[in-house]
Ligand binder design. Structure first.
Ligand code: AR6
Length: 177
């Protein structure tokens, strides 16, 4: 794990394995599971997660809802729905920023101290990775100072190339980060 500033870190790995209070799911509006990180979370959490998701009535793009983590190491899962990339002309940037903002708000409200985030929308939803990384990092940097309960935010990148993009975005121009 590499730490940037005090509270923000990045890891190249699997979000399921993170020892944090809450992991974030890049879900779809049904909240009833899918592929990618969503599929991995449902598989690891077990069927009780789907049962709870069935009671939530879905989730709008840019918003977030919380469930228990069931068989996961993390006690909580915060489900958010990123925008499907449509060329950048349908408000995708603002919607993606709103995902991160709403996830952090929910975590702060529930006194969650540590949270792991995947790269929302950059898989099946095809949001360009560099642009998504700037929005993700920018949103966390902007909103975290207003969230005193949250002590650690970990960006978890599944591929080496995504990790490199986030690392560069977090490090800015600092050589050696
Ligand atoms: N840990 C961390 N990151 C992961 C993991 C994992 N175990 N598995 C995949 N990723 P995606 P989206 C990365 O497609 O683009 C689902 O079917 C992956 O490499 O999971 O928001 C939902 O149900 C990528 O960088 O989410 C929706 O229908 C990132 O997670 C749709 O996909 C996000 O990729 C959401 O698409």
């Amino acid at each position: 794990m590499e730490t940037f500033q005090e509270k923000i870190a990045i890891v190249h790995g699997d979000i399921i394995l993170q020892a944090v209070d809450a992991i974030v799911n890049a879900a779809n509006t049904t909240l009833l599971g899918g592929g990618g990180v969503d599929g991995a979370i449902h598989q690891a959490a077990g069927p009780d997660l789907l049962a709870e998701c069935l009671t939530l009535g879905g989730c709008k793009t840019g918003e977030a809802k919380m469930t228990k983590g069931y068989r996961l190491t993390a006690r909580w899962v915060i489900h958010t729905v990123g925008p499907v990339w449509a060329g950048g002309v349908q408000g995708e940037d603002a919607l993606l920023q709103s995902c991160y903002q709403n996830v952090l708000k929910l975590a702060e409200t529930h006194q969650i101290k540590s949270i792991a985030l995947p790269s929302i929308s950059t898989g099946a939803y095809q949001f360009p990775i560099e642009r998504a990384a700037r929005i993700a990092v920018g949103a966390v940097r902007m909103f975290l100072p207003m969230m005193p309960q949250i002590r650690q935010v970990v960006f978890v990148l599944f591929s080496q190339s995504d990790y490199d993009v986030y690392k560069q975005t977090l490090g800015g121009l600092q050589i050696g980060n």
